[in-house]
Ligand binder design. Structure first.
Ligand code: ADP
Ligand code: MG
Length: 696
């Protein structure tokens, strides 16, 4: 079965086939991401208006929508142009006014004939002490009113799309939904008391009461679950395919890693030991490893990576470590260098900054197997770079990359075991969404002896005091970061701000004491500035957010973040994580320009309250919603149309388990339920997943 089931054809034809959808409307719908009838089904009302008939507007909460039958009284046309036209009406208990601006009198006299009764529906407001309904949404006679849906769905709209168009189009599509069989595991279906797909779609699009809109309402949960199940099924199919991919058995003899462990000035934490055992276990299996190592900033991922790479080298192979920025690559090189030297191995850096001759030499050495460890940016996996025997590829700080890019790595011929490291704690529901195809190791324990970071918020008006305090700390031998705000979407302005701050701080603290790094700097300059800071030659590093990920300077104990109100929570957390890495007690100063908005205030408050990355991640999700937490566009995190990862967090785990189990029992999806699951994948447009079924 390779093609889309015929039963689904009516949901996938051109959207213009729907009555009332012409080319113009189709264009407008396309801007909302709606290109096929199917998309309409999963564009659900975000709100609804209660149009149920009430006896009177009396006693309704202010500014609520009322639908009442009224006796029409006197018309009062405006005496002065530009003033409103008023019609006095009376419901069962009280009188009020219908108010119209720029209305045509003849039309009003026809729609609202004095002495007759009509049903009017609209928002009631009190103005100057009188109740009024400005421009009623509906003016109907009895018969018409009976046709009015008691609960009117309100669709998310774009320009050129009206509620009326949406209601009409969805009505037609709802009629087209075929019976596709039930794909939800029967026990879940029964336990949750969910309706079947058709029923769920009907209820969600044509709510019978306002409660239907709640994310807890069974029909909505069901649809969310369908969406998540198809996503998890896709991830699991990808995972199954990756597992079928033959890997190499990589077993180290411990001769290199034992030397390193002996040379470390500390003992591994329990979490590090556990993660390492999991990684080594995978390396030793004949299947390909596909593992995520998740650990908060400072949890000590680097040494885990090193020891894992040494296992690959002990087995006679090579290992590669890829990081997103050159600064991080240099940092990794520096932290690995002493050990590599100790062991007498060759490590090289690949950043695309080499001369042609250097490049050629390194590539040759890599292909000959003379280089044991390769560290680099994405340049590492460019064409022409060949390894003699790559056993382990580690991708660091990759939460900016998504499932697709990860799969891209293996399509680039990286047939090695894959370990992805992320420093950003992600709420569980998002971890599953983004990394459900991977096995997970978590460093949930920080190295001992870390001192808490004191975090304070300071209005920018106290800049001078902050700088005075900083000057004192620097005289006492401390090192500090000063992060400049990102100016909304302008790299040039961001840069200017950083350069100006750099100049000002230099003037105050001395030319020698202050360094600068920013994203626009040539790589060599950036490295040099970083190196001076690492070596303690500069005491203060002014930076844009390029230092956000991974940079490790244990002696730095002060972090100043200017314009902190502009940063997201996880970004603030990442930045703060640059300090508190040494033995020194650390401070984080969050400078803000007041007054700040509610959500910014909350972010700063959370930063003061906790250092727990997982708690911060959960709060971030609550404040911003799922898409933003990871940055949908870059992350590859799917956009769910119905599922709300924050308010329906439990569903993701359920869907993951359901998908796993279903594929375990029926890997080729050939059973009756298997066919229903295939239909789900087609319905959800997951054509790519279908190609993964049973091919290997
Ligand atoms: P991250 O997980 O953020 O990459 P790093 O690997 O950079 O963290 O480690 C942060 C700091 O903690 C480094 O200075 C490292 O030497 C130190 N470190 C790592 N593991 C331990 C440990 N088990 N005990 C003490 N310090 C450790
Ligand atoms: Mg790191």
């Amino acid at each position: 079965m390779t093609g889309r089931p015929e039963a689904l054809f009516p949901l996938f034809e051109a959207i213009t086939k729907l009555a009332g959808v012409g080319p113009k409307t189709a264009e407008a719908l396309a801007r909302l991401g709606i290109t096929r009838p199917r998309d309409l089904l999963f564009t659900v009302p975000g709100a609804a208006v209660d149009r149920r008939l009430k006896p009177s507007i009396m006693g309704l909460p202010p500014a609520s929508v009322a639908t009442v039958e009224v006796a029409i009284g006197e018309h009062l046309p405006p005496r002065v142009a530009g003033r409103p036209y008023r019609v006095f009406v009376e419901d069962a208990q009280t009188s009020f006014q219908l108010v119209f601006f720029h209305a045509r009198e003849d039309w009003l006299r026809r729609s609202l004939p004095e002495g007759e009764r009509r049903i009017v529906s609209g928002k009631v407001e009190i103005f100057d002490g009188t109740a009024q309904m400005v421009h009623p949404d509906h003016i109907l006679n009895r018969a018409e009113a009976e046709a009015l849906p008691p609960i009117e769905p309100v669709y998310p709209l774009g320009q050129g799309v009206t509620q009326r168009v949406m209601v009409k189009a969805t009505s037609e599509v709802l009629e087209r939904v075929p019976d596709l069989g039930e794909w939800i595991e029967p026990s879940i279906f029964a336990r949750e008391g969910w309706p079947d797909l058709r029923e769920a779609l009907h209820v969600v699009h044509r709510p019978r009461d306002l409660g239907t809109l709640s994310p807890d309402a069974p029909p909505r949960r069901r649809l969310a679950y369908d969406e998540l199940l198809s996503h998890q099924l896709t991830l699991q199919l990808a995972r199954a395919k990756a597992r079928r991919a033959k890997g190499r058995v990589t077993e180290g003899d411990g001769r290199l890693s034992a030397q390193v462990e002996a040379a470390l000035p500390y003992a591994l934490t329990g979490a590090q030991t556990r993660a390492l055992a999991e990684i080594r276990g995978d390396l030793a299996l004949p299947q390909r490893m596909n593992r995520l190592l998740q650990g908060d900033v400072g949890s000590g991922k680097t040494v885990v990576a090193l020891l894992a790479m040494l296992t690959a080298v002990e087995a006679g192979g090579q290992a590669a470590l890829m990081a997103p920025t050159e600064i991080l690559v240099q940092q990794h090189r520096e932290s690995l260098a002493p050990f590599v030297e100790l062991l007498g191995l060759r490590m090289e850096v690949f950043t695309g900054r080499d001369t042609a001759a250097q490049k050629a030499e390194k590539r040759a050495a890599l292909a000959a197997g003379d280089i044991a460890l390769a560290v680099g940016t994405h340049a590492l996996f460019q064409e022409g770079v060949e390894f003699a025997d790559l056993r382990l590829a580690i991708v660091d700080e990759q939460h900016r990359f998504g499932v697709r890019q990860r799969m891209g790595l293996s399509s680039k011929g990286v047939a090695a075991d894959l370990l992805v490291m992320t420093a950003t704690p992600i709420p569980r529901s998002l971890t599953l969404a983004q990394y459900g195809d991977m096995d997970l190791s978590v460093l949930d324990e920080k190295p001992p002896g870390r001192k808490p970071i004191e975090t304070v918020t300071i209005p920018s008006g106290r800049y001078e005091q902050v700088v005075d305090r900083l000057a004192g700390a620097i005289r006492a031998g401390k090192q500090a970061y000063w992060v400049c705000p990102l100016v909304a979407e302008s790299e040039v302005l961001t840069l200017t701000a950083a350069e100006e701050r750099f100049k000002a701080l230099r003037a105050r603290l001395g030319d020698q004491a202050v360094g600068l790094v920013h994203g626009q700097m040539p790589g060599a300059e950036k490295d040099a500035a970083m190196a001076r800071f690492v070596a303690g030659e500069t005491s203060l590093l002014v930076a844009t957010t390029v230092i956000e990920v991974g940079v490790n300077v244990p002696n730095a104990s002060i972090m100043v973040i200017e314009g902190a109100e502009h940063f997201g929570l996880s970004q603030l957390h990442q930045l703060r994580g640059r300090v508190g890495r040494g033995t020194e007690a650390s401070t984080c100063l969050l400078l803000y320009d007041g007054p700040v908005g509610e959500s910014a205030r909350r972010r700063l408050e959370i930063m003061r309250e906790t250092e727990d990355g997982f708690r911060i991640a959960e709060e971030d999700l609550a404040l911003r919603g799922a898409g933003d937490v990871i940055g949908t566009a870059q992350s590859g995190l799917p956009r769910f149309r119905i599922a709300d990862l924050e308010r329906q967090a439990d569903l993701m785990a359920m869907a993951r388990d359901d998908a796993r189990l279903a594929l375990e029992r029926d890997p080729e999806l050939t059973s009756e339920r298997g066919h229903a699951l295939r239909a789900l994948l087609w319905l959800m447009g997951r054509d790519e997943a279908i190609r993964l079924i049973g091919v290997g």
